[in-house]
Design a binder for this molecule. Structure first.
Ligand code: SF4
Length: 505
């Protein structure tokens, strides 16, 4: 008798079963699909240099761009503040997509509401949705602040968030003194990092209260960073310095909540008191240069604060962070941190001969791509293709300058504003040893069989990677561990049936 397991195959086996194979064959026949030989011929053509040239000449379409919508970033900025409700003025489908995207990455619920605009709102304007939505959200979920952004529909019809919010207050939908930070986040331009920047600017402008009294804390803004371990790492480093830190948008408690039998709409986050007092801090350290240009400008110009922008991935990057803290606070670098630096250098010395000379194709958000490219260079690896969809010209220039600093950066090409389909061509015509990228790059792995080192956002298909840290010297050790152990896994696989299959590597 067949066991229950064979009677109901695992999902991975399900579609190989005879029943589904028959369905697929019938579907192909119904669709008058091309023969397997023709499919194979076209597939081979897509791997050619001739196809690559056509692919790179493409102007009108993006295929698998490495970016998400602006409002997704805006929601992420909002959720890091205490008792704050992220709110999408727009269609419910958009909001569901943002929430499911985060839930798939963090494996946690992501509370955010939408005022569910539909066709009639698109014709007559979304103001009625917003008045009712703000009133309901305020009454039902009792937030202390709402972080309000738009989806494309509201932007296309030109809804004005500030005046709608003002009207909602004037007509009593929400109290007149209730803080609503508004960010216009059209997704037909920019990406999730643009939305994060826009919402951060709005929250800081809405809530910040500049006074004559400064305090000794330092503000840190990590930006669109979905490694929760990085937020803990910043607190730990500041703890070693003995310096108070205000992390502006800290989503860790919200997105790493314990199972304690009780769902809470709001957990942790940067308190609104800290947020209000942030303009009076000694200075601000920003960890994402390309993701937070407007935030950096606001803090410099309006708060008249010293702003240091660093990218604390790898040795040089973490050195920048440590020196920024030391310079802003006038404190000596603690011995414990010097020791950690030495430990990272030692770990690199233990592993570099496996990484030295290996080639890498990198795709990520601009700041992460820059940081990981520099770290690979520090490890003796050879970045070959660095491709970023949501990059600006400055990123391209600065990444090229970085590559020029290292002899093994010479063979690397930088590709701003390109997508994963461009990367696929590159991987066929100029193959590399490893890809570094998010879960989306697993399709490149499948097509090209180039091993993938998962890094960035989103990480849907491996669990708990978002809990680790990638910044600071400790984060460097974590990244090194992931990189070198993936290389070793591949070495083991490649030597499975040879005398080189070894216990010690
Ligand atoms: S691109 Fe626009 S319409 Fe599409 S999900 Fe994003 S916000 Fe919504």
């Amino acid at each position: 008798m067949a066991s229950a397991k064979t009677a109901c195959p695992d999902h991975a086996e399900l579609f190989r079963s005879e029943r589904y194979q028959e369905i697929f064959d019938r579907k192909k026949a119904y669709e008058n699909a091309h023969s397997p030989e023709e499919v194979e011929r076209v597939l081979e053509y897509t791997k050619s240099l001739e196809y690559q040239e056509k692919n790179f000449a493409r102007e009108a379409a993006a295929i698998n761009p490495l970016k998400s919508c602006q409002p997704l970033g805006a929601l992420y900025a909002g959720i890091g503040f205490a008792d704050t409700l992220p709110y999408v003025h727009g269609s419910q489908g958009c909001a569901s997509y943002f929430r499911s995207h985060f839930s798939r990455h963090f494996k946690e619920p992501f509370p955010a509401v939408s005022d569910s605009m539909t066709e009639d709102a698109a014709v007559f304007g979304g103001h009625a949705n917003m008045y009712q939505g703000l009133e309901n959200a305020h009454k039902l979920y009792k937030p202390k602040m709402i972080a309000l952004c738009t989806s494309c529909m509201a932007e296309v019809i030109g809804d004005d968030l500030s005046s709608f919010t003002k009207n909602a207050k004037d007509q009593g939908n929400i109290p007149a003194d209730f803080p609503v930070a508004c960010a216009h986040t059209p997704s037909f331009v920019g990406s999730h990092i643009t939305g994060y920047d826009a919402m951060m600017v709005s929250i800081l402008e809405t809530m910040g209260e500049k006074s004559d009294k400064t305090h000794d804390a330092i503000n840190v803004i990590l930006g669109f960073d979905t490694y929760l371990g990085n937020f803990h790492e910043i607190r730990r480093i500041f703890g070693l310095f003995g310096v108070e830190v205000t992390i502006l948008s800290d989503p860790t408690a919200m997105l790493d909540s314990p199972t304690d039998g009780e769902y809470q709409m709001y957990r942790g986050g940067t308190s609104l008191e800290e947020l209000k007092d942030a303009p009076n801090a000694k200075g601000t350290i920003i960890l994402q240069k390309y993701a937070l240009p407007k935030t950096a400008q606001l803090i410099k110009n309006k708060w008249e604060q010293e702003v240091k922008v660093v990218n604390p991935i790898g040795i040089a990057g973490t050195d920048e962070l440590i020196m920024a803290i030391a310079e802003l606070t006038g404190k000596e670098v603690p011995d414990a941190i010097t020791r950690e630096r030495g430990q990272l250098i030692d770990a690199i010395a233990d592993s570099y001969y496996w990484i030295y000379g290996k080639s890498f194709a990198i795709n990520a958000d601009p700041d992460q791509a820059y940081g990981i490219t520099r770290f690979i260079l520090e490890l003796g690896g050879e970045p070959r293709h660095v491709l970023v969809t949501n990059a600006v010209k400055k990123w391209e220039k600065e990444t090229q300058a970085l590559l020029a600093e290292f002899p093994h950066g010479e063979g690397c090409q930088v590709y701003p504003k390109k997508d994963m389909w461009h990367m696929r061509s590159l991987l066929f015509t100029d193959p590399v040893d490893f890809i570094i990228g998010s879960s989306h790059a697993k399709y490149l792995w499948r097509d090209t069989r180039t091993p993938l080192i998962r890094f960035g956002f989103p990480l849907f298909d491996r669990h708990h990677l978002h809990r680790t840290s990638t910044i600071g010297y400790q984060g460097g050790i974590n990244l090194l561990t992931t990189i070198v152990n993936t290389i070793l896994d591949e070495a083991d696989r490649a030597s499975l049936d040879s005398p080189s299959f070894d216990l010690v590597r």
